[in-house]
Design a protein around this ligand. Structure first.
Ligand code: ATP
Ligand code: MG
Length: 558
């Protein structure tokens, strides 16, 4: 291989897109690959977009090519500057960089207008006065051919004049459109004289009020691809039927390059929704706290939840690129997240539903520090000291008054290990007036320091704890699937499938003191992985559960 050889010959390409690119480079159809990720700035990115990002930036990197970040900003009615900024932040966070190659479809408005005029001059486009409803009616159906608009045979000169007036603002919004003149009887409805321009008075985030006509997606996308010299325009399957139109426009316009479109299956994820329209509704109607609510499938939501970007890339890489849409189980994503966090997240102790445990034979006022492993899977993670004393907090459900035989944790007369500390035996409980257990009384065996008995005796279980005198309090937010149904909307209105228990806030949790300074995701021993929330302050700590230690959904509800 030479330095400039960017083909992949050492191993078989992983999917049909990489195969295509490889073939094109080997055959010399292109010297270098240029792709683009083309978000419309009308919402935040979600994990489905992450698939497109990983694919476009991924193949560009693998074949020594480049990938553009291009905002497809042709519909100002729904677009906003905040989205433009958020999308850039999210792409960077996912680990990809477009360098200088940041583009906006709107930068080409003048060129696109010129090309529309070119089509008119060639007799390949006309100004139509039909309303949107009439156009739909004339278009026909899958089984019926369309009918020509009465304005279809306007002369080029008249069309040019009307189109110029459209631009100059002579007509009301929606009064006229520019349509390609292709074939009203085509079996492909996209070829039945598709709309190329519509009149719309809305301030554009970048061009302000310079324009009152805007190109449609179909007219802008392929031509922008050509301007940017995109070689492989990768999009999702719903655009397959648009490809003949994409090619028709490229063939009939004096564009500087001949990009080609390839379609791949979109990512669908269980127990959530990945349609921007629905995500916007969740935000606007207050079903979630915002685009970055940790229950959202958005990139910013996943980030706030504590998901490492590498886990997202890995998840997408494992799914691969295919020619069909699939539904992926949320538990598959969660497993990948666990795999990434297990070797990296430091262990800490936290009690989320506290009950007091008092060690009666531990001297009052005495304290000590015990050594705890930061990560048993990583020798280099080291240890830390944790304070221990006579009064501890333990998890309420680690005690049972009438335990079944298999119960391995605290019960009267049963000995357990306190993680990194001592063996304790529960001797008695204290109850309130209603008969609820409010305190556990125990004795400890001083010989078992560190968690092992010199006489070799075993205990059935190990529980976590924090020292009551030293504990710091925190709010912990426990997240569950946003939708109870795997496929929201399948059985009823999608919004009715929201999981009413998707967020549980625990306000009186106790954490070991080291967690005051936590900046990264940690594992709360026996509970799961938790990330400090951006809202967390030293005086009011807040942690988000990234993911539990195992898949509890399947067990509880499956
Ligand atoms: P909507 O949800 O309203 O249909 P969109 O997902 O098409 O919007 P865009 O901003 O146009 O939003 O998408 C940018 C790119 O991301 C497109 O190339 C699109 O094909 C791709 N994309 C969007 N959703 C998915 C998905 N679920 N899986 C894979 N790629 C996706
Ligand atoms: Mg789209």
């Amino acid at each position: 291989m030479t330095d400039t050889d960017n083909t992949q010959t050492d191993s078989a390409p992983r999917d049909f897109i990489r195969e295509q690119i490889n073939d094109d480079l080997v055959a010399g159809r292109h010297d270098a690959v240029v792709t683009r990720f083309p978000p419309e700035p009308n919402g935040y990115l979600h994990i489905g977009h992450a698939k497109s990002i990983c694919l476009n930036f991924g193949v560009a990197a693998e074949f020594d090519g480049v990938c553009n970040l291009r905002f497809d900003d042709t519909n100002p009615a729904r677009e906003d500057e905040t989205y433009i900024r958020a999308i850039q932040e999210d792409v960077h966070w996912l680990g990809f960089d477009w360098g200088e190659r940041l583009f906006f479809a709107s930068d080409n408005f003048e060129q696109l207008y010129e090309w529309a005029r070119h089509l008119i001059e060639q007799g390949l486009a006309y100004v139509d006065d039909l309303s949107a409803d009439e156009i739909r009616e004339y278009r026909g159906t899958l089984t019926e051919p369309g009918r020509p608009s009465p304005y279809r045979d306007r002369e080029p000169a008249e069309n040019l004049d009307l189109f110029e007036q459209m631009r100059a603002g002579a007509f009301e919004d929606g009064a006229k459109v520019l349509r390609a003149k292709i074939d009203m009887t085509s079996g492909n409805i996209n070829l039945r004289d598709p709309v190329l321009y519509r009149i719309l008075r809305a301030p554009h985030p970048r061009t302000g009020d310079a324009w009152c006509i805007y190109p449609t997606y179909d007219f802008a996308h392929g031509q922008t691809d050509a301007i940017e010299h995109i070689t492989h325009s990768l999009c999702t399957l719903e655009f397959e039927d648009h490809r003949p139109l994409y090619d028709w426009l490229i063939e009939n316009l004096p564009v500087p390059a001949r990009p080609r479109q390839y379609e791949f299956g979109r990512l669908n994820l269980g127990h959530t929704v990945l349609s921007k329209r629905r995500l916007i509704q969740l935000v606007e109607d207050g079903h979630v706290a915002g685009w970055d609510d940790p229950r959202m499938p958005t990139v910013s939501g996943l980030r706030r939840r504590g998901v490492p970007p590498a886990a997202i890339r890995d998840f997408i890489g494992r799914l691969g690129i295919t020619k069909s849409d699939g539904l992926v189980e949320m538990s598959y994503l969660e497993n990948t997240i666990r795999e990434h966090l297990n070797p990296t997240a430091e262990r800490r102790m936290a009690v989320l539903d506290p009950i007091k445990l008092v060690i009666e034979n531990y001297h009052e006022g005495e304290t000590e520090e015990l050594e705890a492993l930061n990560n048993p899977t990583d020798e280099n993670a080291g240890t830390r000291m944790i304070p221990f004393g006579r009064e501890l907090w333990v998890e309420r459900d680690d005690f049972m008054e009438d335990p079944p035989k298999k119960f391995r944790r605290l019960a009267i007369g049963q000995e357990v290990r306190l993680r990194f500390a001592y063996f304790v035996t529960c001797t008695d409980v204290i109850k309130d007036d209603d008969g609820n257990v409010v305190e556990l009384r125990c004795t400890y065996d001083p010989e078992t320091k560190g968690g092992d008995a010199p006489d070799g005796r075993k205990v059935r279980g190990t529980i976590h704890w924090v020292s009551a005198a030293d504990a710091i309090s925190a709010e912990v937010r426990l997240y569950d699937y946003l939708f109870a149904a795997e496929e929201p909307g399948k059985e009823r209105e999608w919004i009715e499938d929201l999981n009413p228990a998707s967020l549980e806030v625990r306000t009186d949790c106790y954490l070991e003191p080291a967690l005051a300074a936590a900046e990264n995701v940690v594992q709360f021993e026996r509970l799961g992985y938790f990330a400090p929330d951006p809202e967390s302050t030293p005086g009011a700590l807040v942690f988000n559960r990234t993911v539990g230690l195992r898949d509890s959904w399947a067990k509880a509800r499956g």
